[in-house]
Design a protein around this ligand. Structure first.
Ligand code: DC
Length: 216
């Protein structure tokens, strides 16, 4: 039987991750955080000192890249060449670098393949920026989450140590711009996605709305 796919796209802080995790748990499906994969590439770019604007250097890094998502006690871990880098990919620096490297066509091509392979095996909720538009245009159900900038910044600020609310807000606005204005697979809602503004909704309310939309 064919696997079922739900895609949830949206900008940083729109609630994608929390909602996708809760939804996958309710459905008994796996949850795939594709942003973690882009963060993994950014981490390796930094660790190896690769000039990602140099196509040959970037190609060489991608040829040796070995990223794997694993779930441990309900927590999604990112493994790069055997090393668990989960705790190192959520810094403001890696967030911004992930946004920059994700605009590179070579990076997107490498991760596109990886994401589609994961989708051959399990019913899954995939969250990211281009899940409904590019990676899974034929997904069973598509959603696009949004929320106003200040609300998104407040959500991220409560999770991140060391940055002021104003800095978080500026970083998110910059990433929104990078991610939506890039040529390849920009952040945007698929024409057939259901749009949900989560500004004044709880996680449970968003999950209920999605379950209702998919007839569960
Ligand atoms: O969802 P996140 O904040 O962890 O994503 C980090 C960056 O990765 C984001 O700014 C843009 C990029 N990204 C992407 O280009 N495509 C995806 N499907 C997921 C993330």
């Amino acid at each position: 039987m064919a696997v079922q796919i739900i895609t949830i796209d949206g900008p940083a802080g729109s609630g994608k991750t929390t909602v996708s995790k809760a939804l996958a748990k309710r459905l008994g499906w796996i949850y795939v955080d594709t942003g973690a994969l882009y963060r993994g590439v950014a981490f390796e770019v930094k660790r190896t000192g690769t000039d990602y604007n140099n196509d040959i250097a970037l190609g060489a890094l991608l040829a040796t890249l070995s990223l794997e998502l694993a779930t441990e006690e309900g927590v999604l871990r990112l493994i790069s060449s055997g090393c668990d880098i989960t705790d190192q990919i959520r810094t403001p620096e890696i967030s911004m670098l992930a946004s920059s490297v994700s605009a590179k066509p070579r990076v997107r091509a490498a991760l596109l393949e990886m994401q589609r392979v994961i989708a051959t095996k399990n019913d899954a909720v995939f969250e990211g920026r281009d899940m409904g538009t590019v990676v899974f245009p034929k997904a069973d159900h598509k959603f696009f989450l949004s929320a106003d900038l200040l609300t998104r910044a407040k959500r991220r600020h409560s999770e991140s140590a060391g940055q002021s609310l104003c800095e978080v807000e500026k970083d998110i606005a910059k990433r929104d711009k990078n991610d939506s204005e890039r040529k390849q697979a920009p952040l945007k809602a698929a024409d057939d996605a259901v749009l949900i503004d989560s500004t004044d909704l709880t996680v449970e309310e968003v999950v209920s709305r999605i379950l209702h939309e998919i007839g569960q």
